[in-house]
Design a protein around this ligand. Structure first.
Ligand code: GAF
Length: 385
């Protein structure tokens, strides 16, 4: 089996006719708990996974930036002096948007050289595992190092988010890029999305004989269109009606008042975010005091809240979650932005194959396409390879 690093180097050489100067990589992520809380300045608990995006980079002697990848045929090309969000579209808006956003976050790009980039990835696209944040984080690290910009990882996470918000046009929060840049093996990233202070929380899965199983339903989602932005708007509307600058400022004690002041839909959106923030705090506490085997109820409650209150699940995700739990998973929930993508199940290693078979069978019985199921491990964040 060839290493994806060799593939990225070979891909660079095939397109650009020379060896790259360096190789960087950044992982996708699974969110253990804390969904749609990041843009509400709340709490999240994702971890970086062992699926990565590789960027091979070669410095040029002019100001052109050229990007090729394994997931698109065309070579995108632009002059650094012409780089604006409006000049970007398609998949290359992710990497080129990062180059633009670095300039927006204090980097002086007036004298940096152009670069050739080749991108390869084994993070599945559209599966809710943050393939886009993995591209942004890998490119941000590669350019930060090559251009000697000296930006720290939390700033690079904001650069990636800015690229996604402005160049790609998806109104997403800071969670995915933070997981990709700040993750560490066997740990989850507990991030306060208001202060951007983060802490690594040990997961201890292997020692406890546990694993996280990803169930990729194959239902594709995109956050630049549709429900994601609508949910974000509902949260902002709810916070404003309750006199709060963000839902982070509200707790479960505010729910009776929210019930009185808000229409039913907005109330349920708000209730999800408020209770989900509390579930993140509870999960961190339970992980520390009792270990991962004790967080199943919190994962299940999170899924119900997303299904019933935030309404971002789909039948395939519900089936994955229900089947996994019925077959013995300790807990399960959809992960990521929703409207498709993946569920995660916390399982005993001994139960893994039984749960995988149960999920496959259930999808077959419902005549849904076969899901892709695989174990992920918590891995290190973005790095130079
Ligand atoms: C997507 C977004 F990119 C994140 O910022 C976050 O809002 C998540 O959906 C939902 O928790 O992954």
């Amino acid at each position: 089996m060839t290493d994806i690093r060799d593939d990225a180097r070979a891909g660079f050489e095939a397109v650009f006719g020379r060896a790259p100067d360096g190789l960087w990589s950044a992982p996708g992520r699974v969110n253990l708990i804390g969904e749609h809380t990041d843009y509400n300045e709340g709490f999240v608990l994702p971890f970086a996974i062992d699926r990565r995006t590789l960027v091979a980079l070669g410095v040029r002697d002019d100001r052109r930036v050229r990007v090729a990848s394994t997931f698109a045929d065309e070579l995108a090309e632009i002059d650094l002096d012409a780089l604006t969000p409006e000049s970007l579209d398609g998949w290359s808006a992710y990497p080129l948007g990062v180059a633009w956003a670095l300039g927006e976050h204090g980097a002086d790009l007036s004298a940096v050289p152009g670069v050739d980039l080749f991108i390869d990835s084994d993070v599945p696209v559209g599966a809710g595992l943050s393939s886009s944040a993995a591209i942004e984080s890998a490119v941000a690290m590669a350019l930060n190092d090559s251009w000697r910009l000296g930006l720290d990882r939390p700033t690079l996470a904001r650069v990636g988010q800015r690229a996604e918000n402005v160049a790609v046009g998806a109104p997403t929060g800071i969670m995915d890029q933070s997981a990709s840049l700040l993750g560490a093996a066997d740990h989850a990233v507990f991030l306060d999305c208001r202060s951007l202070v983060s802490e690594l929380v040990p997961l201890g899965l292997a020692e406890a004989g546990l694993a996280i199983l990803v169930i990729d339903t194959g239902v594709k989602h995109a956050h630049a269109t549709g429900g994601y932005g609508e949910r974000r708007a509902a949260c902002e509307r709810g916070a404003a009606a309750l006199g709060a600058s963000s839902l982070r400022d509200l707790t479960v004690d505010d729910l009776p008042r929210a019930r009185q002041l808000l229409d039913d839909v907005t109330f349920r959106r708000v209730r999800h975010v408020i209770t989900e923030n509390q579930r993140v705090l509870d999960t961190v506490e339970v992980l520390r005091e009792s270990g991962a085997a004790a967080i199943g109820g919190l994962l299940d409650a999170s899924h119900r809240s997303m299904r019933d209150d935030f309404e971002i699940s789909v039948p395939e995700l519900d089936l994955a979650v229900e089947t996994a739990v019925a077959a013995g998973a300790i807990g399960a929930r959809m992960t990521g932005g929703g409207f498709g993508g993946s569920a995660i199940a916390l399982v005993r290693v001994d139960d893994l194959s039984r749960i995988q078979v149960a999920v496959d069978n259930a999808f077959g019985e419902h005549a849904y396409g076969q899901p892709d199921t695989f174990v992920v491990t918590a891995s290190d964040g973005a790095t130079r390879n």
